[in-house]
Design a protein around this ligand. Structure first.
Ligand code: MSK
Length: 666
């Protein structure tokens, strides 16, 4: 662990204030438990096999390292490489399943809305719906020649919903959105036979292959892991992003506020936490109704303050400018303020301990999804049903209002809150960097080619209690900005950047190198572009594809001066994301550590040899400065390969010049 990331529990002042309060009040948090419980060193190496009842077989690296032949095997003879590959693959399967099951829920509500069965929802972005429908092979016009006319929108919506939903159970063929990748990437996947046939099929097959006594070839296991990961990035998660945009409205840049300081002493505070925006969208509507506002006032509050946490927060921020209370490691801390009247959770990243912390305060924890219940007696369950969405939302808001009077401990809301701009998408980046007349990625490409922007980084992912909260995120992002690398962000990294003031146009002056600063100041954008939640990593894939298609920077994502990182990752979803980025041609670095170190041959495959197959590879470091330097070195290597490594005077490339560069690269 890099020294600077170990020194403090959090680099966020609001979080440290709440940790002091927790200590004073005798509340145990994840920060305390991380100090007391060390990680299992064999699991950390990825070489504990518990897939059958003859084990668990534990194969740690010998203290002195491997001398001579590696003779370690489990009872069945499984080598450390097979074991670590199977464990890694099962993380991919779980991650893909999680994102994709979220996508399935969105597709079901979308279809119910299209059929008129979910009356509280209404399709908001029909322009995007038509564009996405074409990608799913849905006809958007009827008639031919002079008789051709636009097809009825309801018909398009129903067929799109049906085709989107069919991807989960599809057994043959290809998931439709794989074709969105650059042609060279799509052709490579085709050659390698890794294009997902259907989402559920790939996850099921990966679980089968990693069962005891099945696939014993780590490269072959990684090929199926790739199929399952692509079924996440280019199908389940991507479909989720697209249908959410169509159903709830495509985000456009909005101002918002972030950190625990967004909670209000004199209002009913409701925190929505998790990932699926289906209920939280309706909570936004419900909390704004005169009926609920009046009820809050009747109970002594000045109003209702709905704030988000984790990726649900990103969703309602992007579309409604709702405030964010914090990222993953702040969920217990929010309750410790004593000011949260209800914490409403759906799925993923919800710590079981919030129910324990809530017992010490008045906070009502409300679960809303049948897939994610909590057994604690102080937790209430209100099942979300899309057919009665607004009624469900009003019931939850009413529970929170009724609980306002029960605040009993000392309320301490930290002062810290920052302003930010969020809500960038493929389309809005195009508009901001290209303007209304040159609305394309040409301008971005021009500025990469002329060197003002050195490269592009995707920095994403969670917080991890084994590192100092937010520290690695911020050290890494600031180092990239200083070196003129523009950053695209999602998830908890986006929230760390927001709290530190990096999501404002003014941040360019303070944090960026001269080239990136000039671009951000000219265009008026932050140097770190907030693209949404973890499922919205698919926006990074489509943005990278748009950069390739704009020309001048090679033919494939793997040609771009670009790299990705998740410096504080912790969830299995992050491993699935990492694998689909690697398989899409991206050099992808993780912080904290990867559970593969106990299997040196398999690790070497992921960190080196896999690049020969996919043009992307994994890497790891617990030092964010090392991650930054490796990303910058990779970006410079790609610039050199593209022949754009020399600093250039600004040249506006015409199509001919762009084609010439592409031919030189090919
Ligand atoms: S919430 S998956 S901790 S990014 Fe998406 Fe944050 Fe990671 Fe959960």
């Amino acid at each position: 662990m890099a020294e600077e990331t170990k020194k403090v529990k959090s680099v966020d002042a609001a979080s440290n204030t709440m940790l002091e309060k927790a200590e004073k009040e005798g509340i145990s948090t994840i920060f305390d438990r991380a100090d007391k419980m060390k990680a299992c060193n064999i699991g950390e190496q990825g070489t504990c096999c518990k897939i059958c009842a003859q084990g668990p077989c534990r194969l740690p690296l010998p203290k002195k390292g491997i001398e001579g032949e590696d003779t370690r095997v489990g009872l069945c003879g499984a080598t450390p490489n097979t074991i670590a590959a199977r464990n890694f693959a099962r993380m991919v399967a779980a991650g893909s399943a999680s994102h994709s099951d979220h996508g399935r829920a969105v597709a079901e509500v979308f279809l119910a809305t299209a059929r008129g069965e979910a009356k509280d929802f209404k399709i908001q972005d029909t322009k995007k719906m038509v564009a996405v429908a074409k990608d799913f092979g849905v006809a958007v016009t009827v008639g031919e020649g002079d008789d051709e006319k636009p097809r009825d929108m309801t018909e398009i919506a129903i067929e799109l919903g049906e085709k989107a939903l069919a991807q989960w159970g599809q057994q043959e063929g290809e998931v439709p959105l794989a074709k969105r990748a650059p042609k060279a990437r799509y052709d490579l996947w085709k050659k390698l036979d890794v294009i997902p046939r259907g989402i559920d099929r790939e996850v099921v097959e990966l679980m089968h292959r990693t069962h005891m006594g099945v696939d014993q070839d780590y490269e072959n296991i990684i090929l199926q892991s790739t199929r399952a990961a692509l079924a996440d990035g280019w199908a389940g998660a991507m479909t989720s992003t697209e249908l959410q945009d169509i159903l709830f409205g495509s985000p456009v840049p909005v101002h918002g506020e972030i950190n625990l300081g967004v909670l209000k002493d004199d209002e009913v505070n409701i925190i929505v936490h998790g990932h699926e925006p289906l209920l939280s969208e309706m909570l936004v509507v419900a909390s704004r109704t005169p009926e609920m506002q009046e009820l809050a006032k009747a109970k002594g509050a000045k109003g209702i303050n709905l704030a988000g946490m984790c990726c649900t927060a990103n969703e309602i921020l992007m579309r409604h400018g709702m405030p964010i209370a914090g990222n993953y490691l702040q969920q217990e801390l929010a309750i410790i303020t004593g000011a949260v009247d209800a914490m409403v959770v759906d799925v993923q990243c919800i710590m079981e301990n919030i129910a324990n912390v809530a017992k010490c305060y008045h906070t009502k924890v409300i679960t809303t999804n049948v897939r994610a219940k909590m057994e604690e007696p102080n937790v209430v369950h209100v099942q979300f049903d899309e057919h009665h969405a607004l009624d469900n939302a009003k019931q939850i808001v009413t529970e929170a209002i009724d609980n306002y009077k029960n605040r009993r401990s000392e309320v301490l809301i930290p002062d810290e809150k920052a302003t930010m701009v969020a809500g960038f998408t493929l389309e809005s980046i195009e508009y901001h960097l290209g303007g209304s007349f040159r609305g394309t990625y040409f301008t971005l490409n021009d500025n990469i080619i002329n060197g003002r922007i050195r490269g592009i980084a995707g920095v994403v992912g969670c917080n991890n209690a084994r590192t100092s909260h937010d520290s690695s995120h911020l050290v890494l992002v600031k180092e990239l900005l200083k070196n003129d690398v523009i950053v695209l962000t999602t998830g908890c990294n986006a929230m760390a950047c927001g709290k530190a003031g990096l999501l404002t146009p003014e941040a360019a002056k303070e944090f960026c190198g001269p080239g990136l600063k000039e671009i951000c100041e000219t265009v008026g954008i932050p140097p770190v572009l907030h693209l949404g939640s973890c499922v919205d990593n698919s926006r990074i894939l489509t943005a990278a594809t748009a950069v390739v298609n704009a020309g001048g920077l090679g033919n494939d994502i793997s040609d771009l001066p670009a790299a990705g990182a998740a410096p504080e990752w912790m969830s299995e979803k992050a491993i699935a994301i990492g694998q689909y980025f690697v398989a899409s041609g991206v050099y992808t670095l993780f912080g904290v550590g990867l559970p593969v170190t106990g299997a040196p041959v398999f690790q070497d495959y992921l960190f080196n040899k896999i690049e020969d197959t996919f043009g992307g590879k994994w890497d790891v470091s617990d030092d964010p400065m090392v991650i930054a330097q490796k990303m910058i070195d990779h970006i410079d290597k790609k610039r050199k390969e593209l022949g754009i490594d020399k600093a250039r005077e600004r040249v506006l490339f015409d199509m001919e010049a762009r084609r010439q560069i592409d031919e030189d690269v090919a």
